[in-house]
Structure formats: structure tokens, C-alpha cells
Design a protein around this ligand. Structure first.
Ligand SMILES: [Zn+2]
Length: 458
């Protein structure tokens, strides 16, 4: 009986654990370091994320690789023993680490056995405070960064980028609108002084958040206060304002991608109007709805595209929502008619209430399994830092629930009332054109040969 009672209590408490993922132990150390601790039932492991508030958006086009280069340099070794020795120390602790430089932040990502959590955190602190990089390390890191960005930036690639031909459709449009740098940033010219400056200006506790999820050590808060609490705060730097739309862009353009082929991609892109409430959730739901509408129209009804899709992307301070389809070249016109019809129908009749309700419920249901395990939870906290307040993350299911059909219809109308931007990506030549071209070349050769023989006979 007692066992049964215990089982009932346990089962009764399980849903509480499951919905509790939004509640986190969060506090700020005296030096400004924000700490988020989340003990979970998965006790053998800890997921650690150190989020530093400096990213690509904080630098002008030419210097955009600065935070990325610095991120790599921080793995180049402590106390003069090199990057190999550093890696060996992490291996000995049974952990793995990596780092990512994004538009808004630079984040160090660690997975480790719970029993070594303090030693792993010691090592992370050591790379932040003890890494001294020399010219060799800088040179090596520059080469890695260059390789990651797609190898050496050739003259041809630079020229193509300047002509807007080296980018995919949404990036090309973003360049045209002034939301994105026209050329790829390079690391080669960056100096040690610049790197030191970035480290000094941004790598400070009052510009960092430390997230730890999993089997937390009981002494962790005291340990953090003693170690990370010793980092010196700085006067915070101002983030650069994100660019808005600066120039008009062509309503329609063809972009050449590749040399020969019969395929084509059709993209129709719309800047997202800014909404006062539930901005992200509303456009996420609209994206789901348009995804489904494209599938129904282009694949099921007309068989023009196998996997058409809707997509949301952010460039600078502007979101772009796009309708996209992989097509055969000769189907481009028909696909455009179908999309025109879809747009006209949505503007006239709005969203179908039943479909909207179904997709909204599906999006809410997805939240129940969208985040599983310590690592996913830590990543979720990292992505949602802006929604953390008073020890709680905002529940996305609740926010999705709050998006009404009327609200979504208003946003849809504002979105589609714009003409949008059509971008068609296709190879330089279609297969038929190549055959014609080869035939023409062959004909010229035959005629040339005949002419030559005639002349010799004379
Ligand atoms: Zn990298």
C-alpha cells in the first residue's frame, strides 16, 4: 500500500517536472555575470553554455570576422602548452566543447560528466582569462576561419558577389536592400590590437550569461561566486543599431546559379511588418500556414514542385518571409500563376479558420516534445534569453495560444498587401539550350571544314 501511495505521488509529480522547464534558478553575481541554473532528473551529465554578448552584428562589414577569429583564438592554448594540450585536458575530463559566433552572441558550448563539472568550468574560465595568443596562433586561427567561410576568397568569387551573383536569393535581396554586407568578410587583415580590443570591450562578466543544466553540484553557487565572481566588470559597450531597409530593390530578378541544368527555384520574399504583440508567434504560425498552402497548391493540386516551402529569415533588423519552390524551368510561368492566385485568394478571403486552428494546435502540441534532454534545454535557454524574467522563461505554447485568427489575418494582410520581391534562381543554360549550342558549334565546324577543303582544291 505504501509502495502504491509512493508510486501515485511520483506519477502525480511527473507532469509538474515536465511543465517546469520554464522555471529556472537565475541570479546575477555582484560583477554582473548572469547565472541560470537548472537541475534536472538527468543527473549524470551537465550542459554548459557561456553566452558572451558580442556577435557579428557588432562590427562593420570589413571587420565582421573579429569576434569569430577571437573565438577560435581562445582555444589556442593556456600557459604556453598549445591547443593540443588544451584539448587533452578536456578529453581527460570526459567532456567536449565547441563555440559558435552568431549575429548577436558568441557562445561556448560544453557537454561534460556531472562529476567533473567544476573542473570543466575551471578550464573554461582559464581559456577566458589565461589565453595569450602569439603571431603563430593568430595566423593559424585566420586559416581555420578562412576555411570555415568556404576557403580562399577568390577574385572571381569577389567579382560575382559584387555583381550579386554569388548569393542565394534571400541573401542577394538582403544585400540589395542594404541589410547585409555585399562581400564576405575576411580575417586576413585583422590585427592583434583589434583582437585585444574586442576581448577588452566585450569579454566581461557583465556581458555574459552562464547556463548550466543537468546534475548540478550542490556547491556550485558557492564555487561560481569564488571563481567566475572574480572576473572584473567593465563599462558595457553599446551594440550597433541593426540596419533597416536602406535602398529600394528590384521587384523581380533572375539570378544565375550554376552553368547547365533544367531546374529552377522560385522565391517570393516579403518583409515582415512589425507587430506590437506576439510578433514571432504570429509569423511562425503564418509560415506554417503558407507552408501547407504551398504544399497543397504546388504539389498536390498542380504537381509542379515536390517540396515547396515557406521560410522566415532575419537580416539586420528586418524579417523576410518567403514562399519558395523547386521547379522545372519550363514550369516557372505556371508556378507563378498558381502563387499569384494563392496570394489573391488569401488577400480576398483571409485564412481558412479550420486550417488555421488545426495548424495552431499542432504548433502548440509540438512544444511538448520540442525540447528534450539537458543539452536541448540549455540550447533553448540560450535561444530564449530575451524572454527570461523573474526566474521564468515565457512559455511559447501560451504565446502561440494567444494568437487569434483576427490578429493573424491582419498580419497576413499587411504582409501580402506588399508586392514583395520575386527572385528566380536558375543555371545559365537549360539542357535544350546546351544541345542547340553544341549543334551550332558542330555546324560551324563542319562548314569551316568544308570551306577549308574547297579553298585547298582551288
Ligand atoms: Zn568558427
Amino acid at each position: 500500500m505504501r509502495c502504491l501511495l509512493f508510486a501515485c505521488l511520483l506519477l502525480g509529480s511527473l507532469p509538474v517536472l515536465a511543465v517546469d522547464r520554464f522555471q529556472v534558478e537565475g541570479y546575477v553575481l555582484p560583477n554582473g555575470l548572469q547565472v541560470l541554473l537548472k537541475p534536472t532528473a538527468d543527473r549524470d551529465h551537465v550542459a554548459i553554455r557561456l553566452v558572451v554578448g558580442v556577435g557579428l552584428d557588432d562590427f562593420a562589414c570589413a571587420d565582421k570576422e573579429l569576434p569569430h577569429l577571437l573565438e577560435h583564438l581562445l582555444f589556442s592554448g593556456i600557459d604556453g602548452t598549445g591547443e593540443g594540450a588544451l584539448e587533452e585536458r578536456m578529453q581527460a575530463l570526459g567532456g567536449e566543447w565547441n563555440a559558435f559566433t552568431g549575429n548577436a552572441d558568441t557562445t561556448f558550448v560544453i557537454e561534460a560528466p556531472a562529476r567533473n563539472q567544476r573542473k570543466v568550468l575551471d578550464l573554461l574560465l582559464a581559456i577566458l582569462t589565461q589565453t595569450r595568443f602569439d603571431a603563430n596562433a593568430i595566423h593559424a586561427a585566420k586559416q581555420v576561419v578562412e576555411r570555415e567561410e568556404g576557403g580562399h576568397y577568390s577574385h572571381l568569387q569577389r567579382w560575382l558577389d559584387r555583381q550579386d551573383l554569388g548569393h542565394t536569393a534571400s541573401k542577394q535581396l538582403a544585400v540589395e536592400l542594404g541589410l547585409k554586407c555585399a562581400q564576405r568578410a575576411e580575417a586576413r587583415h585583422l590585427s592583434r590590437e583589434q583582437l585585444d580590443q574586442v576581448r577588452e570591450d566585450w569579454y566581461a562578466p557583465n556581458n555574459m550569461t552562464l547556463i548550466i543544466v543537468g546534475g548540478l553540484d550542490r556547491l556550485l553557487p558557492a564555487y561560481l561566486e569564488r571563481t567566475y565572481g572574480d572576473l572584473k566588470a567593465i563599462d558595457p559597450s553599446e551594440h550597433r543599431p541593426l540596419p533597416g531597409i536602406q535602398h529600394p530593390a528590384a521587384v523581380e530578378r533572375s539570378l544565375i546559379h550554376g552553368w547547365v541544368g533544367n531546374g529552377a527555384k522560385l522565391h517570393w520574399l516579403f518583409p515582415e511588418p512589425v507587430l506590437d504583440e506576439q510578433y514571432d508567434e504570429t509569423f511562425d504560425l503564418l509560415k506554417d500556414y503558407l507552408d501547407w498552402a504551398l504544399y497543397r497548391q504546388l504539389r498536390l493540386a498542380h504537381g509542379l514542385s515536390y517540396g515547396p516551402w515557406a521560410e522566415r529569415e532575419v537580416f539586420g533588423g528586418v524579417g523576410l518571409l518567403s514562399l519558395n519552390a523547386d521547379l522545372e524551368r519550363e514550369d516557372l510561368d505556371q508556378a507563378r500563376q498558381v502563387l499569384d492566385q494563392l496570394k489573391a485568394d488569401l488577400l480576398k478571403n483571409g485564412l481558412d479558420p479550420a486550417s488555421f486552428a488545426r495548424l495552431k494546435q499542432a504548433a502548440i502540441a509540438r512544444q511538448a516534445w520540442a525540447v528534450q534532454g539537458n543539452s536541448a534545454l540549455a540550447d533553448y535557454y540560450w535561444s530564449a534569453l530575451g524572454d527570461f524574467e523573474d526566474g521564468r522563461f515565457d512559455d511559447p505554447a501560451r504565446r502561440l495560444q494567444a494568437v487569434t485568427l483576427e490578429h493573424a489575418n491582419l498580419a497576413l494582410h499587411e504582409l501580402l498587401a506588399q508586392p514583395g520581391y520575386v527572385r528566380i534562381e536558375k543555371p545559365l543554360l537549360g539542357d535544350d539550350q546546351v544541345l542547340w549550342l553544341l549543334g551550332a558549334v558542330f555546324g560551324v565546324m563542319v562548314l569551316g571544314g568544308l570551306g577549308w577543303r574547297l579553298r585547298r582544291k582551288q
